[in-house]
Design a protein around this ligand. Sequence first.
Ligand SMILES: *Cc1c(COP(=O)(O)O)cnc(C)c1O
Length: 468
Amino acid sequence: MSSSPEQLSVIQQKMLEELESKSLLEQASEAAFEYIDSAKDKPAYPTPEEIGNLAEFDQPLPEFPSSGEQIIEQLSRVGSPATVKYSGRYFGFVTGGALPVSLAAKWLADIWDQNAALYVMSPIAAKLEEICENWLKQLFSLPQSTVAGLVGGTSVASLCGLAAARYRQLQNLGWDLSENGLMGAPKIRIIMGTQIHGTVAKMLTLLGFGRNSIEWVESDQQGRMQLDKIPPMDSSCIVILQAGNVCSGAFDNFEVICPLASEAGAWVHVDGAFGLWAAASSQFNHLTKGVELAQSWSVDGHKTLNTPYDCGIILCRDQQALTEALHQQGSYIQKSDDRDSMNFTPDMSRRARGIELWASMKYLGRTGISQLVEQLHSHAIYFAEQLKEANFHILNELVFNQVIVACDSEHQTEQTLKALQTSLKCWCGGAKWQGKSIIRLSICSWETTKLDIDIAVAAFIEARKTCG
Ligand SMILES: *Cc1c(COP(=O)(O)O)cnc(C)c1O
């Protein structure tokens, strides 16, 4: 029995028509196709004018409904030009592009608009997450007991891994965190390198561990934990290691640290946001040797694998610790014998990001993923070689996809970066490395070609000229 038009409000009627005619979706897809065509010749970063035009959005909250057509039109006309293009010439942060198949899968999934919280809410979301879990385990050679939760990014994935660690280590000390909370709990020791990513310290704070409670381990020139500086470990310890330093790309020595930690009963969490993918390549899995001995791992799909945003993954070998840490009850929660994904994430309702993760892995396959990793690396090498030839300094060992660049003086480095960013020919970020200003390059997009790098190197040389 369908409602008669009279019973529907005007806006509901309008929306039913929009859905049936697909007019807005058609308009959006046309705009999207135009965007793809024009992006080819556009710089990686919008011009000041294009950013200035965003002021057009500064309007009061409308009192009455607006036209859907005008909304999509405005997004396309004003919004599209002001986007940052994570394409071939974007080297800022560690920002992967998006495989065409993953965009297409996400597009379809957006129409499905699935809630991945519970199996009964979306069997298809649960099915594909389960398959992703299995495939990731195989790709990274992780233990059979490993489970996966799909979250917004590595930050939240680390939160989950560290919450599981906190639960398990307190349990070891005879303290039930779920029942008793943190007040009065035995002391947990946190051990991590000074070069750990900032998101880890942030997540530790959320979990009740202040910065002063951390036992910091000094790092070497590449940003790896110095092995002889690691304090004695025991079963009250959470040790946080890194697969891929955000500036140098360096990997901690899992082969040495993980067995020691394991023997001591310490929990090892690995921040492998972009670097854990090295484990998927026979050329690079020496970097992650021993990583499978850790208890939990965080990794992004939206960096090295080039899925669209937002796609982070927590992998944990101790399912009980993870699900206890993220426990939720409610009389209306209908659990099933199948996969209820909310047991593995902090959130309940969320979009089914496993769909594009599955599509990306299926499309590339083991070989394709391996080749992608190898291509990012060989482009990083090529980039560094071209820059060296032009008398720039490369400050790191190129083990993965990250390059640290400096000019003759700090002043020159800073000026060059500024000029480079305003040139819009490519986009790179800056940072401090061992106390000095640097330019950071991350080669993380499948789209980058040698030609992109040649253009970027020419832009580097031009930019340096601006400081005399
Ligand atoms: C990007 C990154 C993070 C944070 O991940 P998000 O996906 O942005 O939350 C953490 N650690 C490292 C090493 C990273 O590169």
